[in-house]
Design a protein around this ligand. Structure first.
Ligand SMILES: [Zn+2]
Ligand SMILES: [Zn+2]
Length: 453
């Protein structure tokens, strides 16, 4: 199965019908391009019964056509978009393209896998436009919940697509580049055949909050606290760390980071000039000696994951620090569906020890912002880009259905609602062929990647 010169195809191998492990292919004129290559931490049924903590799409379809694969484009540095690159690199062996922060995060993973210097990683900047094989690729600056995210305008002589990747419209992303309404509108004036679009929050009304709107709420809780404060958030949210660094300064507290992924992303941000100059971090082994009221700690584990800093604190088994009655834990993150039970147990353990818990639901002012577009933002982007065809991705069935419905209601003439392994034809005409590519998963086993199921 090979696209000819009159075809422009989209073929998702992961991330379509699920949230996680994104892997997308575009095909034209005997060539393929891969967009993102991520992992998931959960089985297909949402459990962890298979025993594989880290899973990814089986790339068999594209590895059988490896000589036709022209490149791998990484839209941003979240695990569900870059987490499988180092794991699958030996099977793909194509050039990789990414903006500097994403490339820095990838570089650290490549080192861990003994691949540094072996993978050709090309640095790109927002609005760069160049050819990769037969594909004309333009990097469109987005805002999201991690620095330097980009969507991609991919053009061929027979059709074009705007692949949004993960996005929101954030007027004040706090760190890194913003988005430019005019750039989206220019895509609309040119006329995109299709838009492949993030569906994560397509069933949520309204507009996502701005990262810049969280200072007041977080400041209020932290300045009112009398003991230690631990803020649980996603390790990759550098903007949230900027906000907390400002609050640490304003409330005379020392900022400390607990958890490997936080320390790693902060270090990647520093290497990419995305770290606030004024921030000095307390070393972990000093934490036990500093007065309680002088500490503001950021911890991984907002989802109750077993091997994270917050979980260890809740069991009082964190090496450098014990929490006590009167300390405060603020959840600056929402529960990802499926994690509710392990989060409730975590909260119960903390509460049993007299620790005050603050969540986005219990806080009057906002203390968390989603990285994905709600209905209002989707409507705006449809209006600006005005594609002929909308393909919802990055969502479970309810999210994909919600976006397909919304696009229809907004007057986009065609929607193609499919799943991993389906072939979406953008040119010569919009259609879908179900189940043309194998869609298994690989799990990280003891020695190698293993087929799951
Ligand atoms: Zn993302
Ligand atoms: Zn994502």
């Amino acid at each position: 199965m090979t696209p000819d010169a009159s075809d422009f195809w989209f073929l998702p191998l992961g991330g379509c019908g699920e949230i996680g492990m994104n892997m997308n292919l575009y095909g034209h004129d005997d060539q393929w391009l891969m967009v993102d290559c991520g992992v998931t931490f959960r089985d297909i049924d949402g459990t962890n019964r298979s025993g594989y903590d880290v899973q990814m799409p089986d790339p068999e379809f594209v590895t059988e056509r490896r000589e036709q694969l022209q490149g791998l484009l990484l839209t941003h540095a979240h695990e569900d978009h870059i987490g499988a690159v180092a794991l699958l690199w030996r099977r793909l062996r194509c050039p990789v393209y990414a903006t500097p922060f994403t490339a820095e995060m990838l570089r650290r993973k490549l080192i861990e896998h003994g691949l540094e210097g072996k993978v050709p990683v090309h640095l790109v900047e927002p609005l760069d436009r160049f050819h990769i094989g037969v594909f004309d690729v333009e990097w469109i600056p987005n805002t999201h919940s991690i620095p330097s995210p980009c969507g991609l305008a991919i053009r061929t002589p027979v059709g074009s697509v705007f692949h949004t990747a993960d996005w929101k419209l954030d007027p004040d992303p706090v760190v890194g580049h913003g988005y430019d309404e005019e750039v989206y509108k220019q895509l609309g004036e040119e006329g995109m055949n299709a838009m492949v679009c993030d569906s994560t929050c397509a069933n949520q009304p309204g507009h996502s909050l701005s990262e810049g709107a969280l200072y007041d709420g977080l400041h209020q809780h932290i300045s009112a606290a009398t003991g230690r404060v631990v803020v649980a958030c996603f390790g990759s949210n550098i903007a949230r760390l900027h906000t907390l660094s400002k609050i640490a300064h304003a409330t005379n507290r020392h900022l400390g980071l607990l958890g490997r992924s936080l320390i790693n992303t902060a270090s990647a941000a520093r290497a990419s000039d995305l770290w606030p100059d004024v921030t000095t971090l307390v070393q972990s082994d000093h934490l036990g000696y500093l007065p309680r009221e002088t500490l503001l700690l950021v911890a991984t584990g907002s989802q109750g994951e077993p091997r994270t800093a917050l979980n260890r604190l809740s069991h009082d088994s964190f090496h450098d620090l014990s929490l006590e009655a009167g300390d405060t834990v603020i959840f600056s993150a929402r529960a990802i569906p499926g994690n509710e039970d392990q989060i409730s147990s975590l909260v119960a353990r903390l509460e049993a020890r007299g620790i005050t818990i603050i969540t986005p639901e219990s806080s009057d002012l906002p203390i968390h912002a989603s990285g994905h577009p709600g209905v209002e933002e989707l409507r705006k982007l449809y209006d600006w880009v005005n594609p002929q065809l909308l393909i919802p991705v990055h969502g479970e069935t309810e999210h994909l259905d919600a976006q397909a419905e919304l696009a229809k209601a907004c007057g986009i003439s065609r929607q193609l609602n499919g799943r991993n392994g389906d072939l979406f034809t953008i040119a010569p005409s919009a259609s879908i062929r179900r189940g043309v590519a194998p869609t298994g998963r690989l799990g990280v086993g003891r020695r190698s990647l293993e087929k799951i199921g």
